[in-house]
Design a protein around this ligand. Structure first.
Ligand code: 0O2
Length: 218
């Protein structure tokens, strides 16, 4: 006969995919609302597009192992924060921080942790702002706050990260140094592209403002 604790863990484990899926749907709705409202207000939304995914069981197991833990429901809850994952792709870096500030001020999203790989890129060149958040799910048993990871990136950062993911991420052996250097230099190129686009935006805004005599946005 299974002990009470194991039975409870099994029950939780069975409910898990549905809970994460529902929480992710809630989060997606919030972001869609925000996107539409921003567009109606300013004619422009800082959100280019969003993508959601639930982590595959095999990938959860592999990540717990990679982090040096045994598989258990507790370890999964404690160490894996990105079972529900959302990626928000923005046009400009300043949009990313504007969104992160917005999330920090909301009552229906708790920001638990911020990992700023834009200010501090990973050694391989990876850039993104990661937020570990919790969103409330109103269930019959009461309110349950479910964790999710939001990755915020520019289009250029997303291009680099998607390519790197295809090419190398989770590749088991060491990369030859010249390949690692090339990847890093591609990340710098993405960063330069972001900065160039921001300069262009500023110039275009200045031109538009001078034509119609409007104050220029900072
Ligand atoms: P997948 O397959 O994309 O889901 P920690 O903060 O140390 O507890 P964690 O969760 O590894 O652990 O934190 P981190 O570094 O914030 O990474 C979370 C996710 O960010 C990864 O999930 C990737 O999606 C993405 N990521 C992080 N580093 C890189 C990188 O160097 N290149 C790319 N392309 N993506 C990266 P997974 O589960 O590792 O992978």
């Amino acid at each position: 006969k299974l002990s009470g604790d194991v039975t409870r863990q099994l029950e939780e484990f069975k409910k898990m995919p549905a809970l994460y899926r529902l929480a992710l749907n809630e989060l997606e709705n919030k972001i869609e609302t925000l996107k539409t409202e921003w567009k109606m207000r300013n004619g422009y939304s800082p959100i280019e597009h969003i993508k959601c995914r639930i982590k595959e069981p095999a990938s959860i197991l592999e990540k717990i192992k990679r982090k040096g833990h045994e598989f258990s429901y507790e370890n999964m809850e404690n160490y894996i924060h990105d079972i529900a994952g959302m990626r928000i792709v923005c046009a400009f870096v300043k949009d990313i921080y504007q969104l992160a500030d917005h999330f920090a001020g909301r009552e229906d999203i708790r920001v638990i942790e911020v990992k700023d790989y834009i200010a501090h890129p990973k050694p391989n060149g990876y850039q993104s702002l990661h937020l570990i958040v919790a969103v409330p799910l109103i269930l019959l048993e009461g309110t349950r706050w479910v964790k999710a990871e939001i990755q915020l990136r520019t289009l250029a950062m997303d291009f680099w990260a998607s390519m790197e993911h295809i090419l190398y991420y989770k590749y088991d052996s060491q990369l030859p140094p010249h390949v690692a250097d090339e990847l890093k230099s591609a990340a710098r190129a993405a960063d330069e592209l972001d900065q160039k686009m921001l300069r262009l935006r500023k110039e275009i805004l200045e031109l538009t403002a001078s034509e119609v005599d409007l104050p220029v946005e900072p």
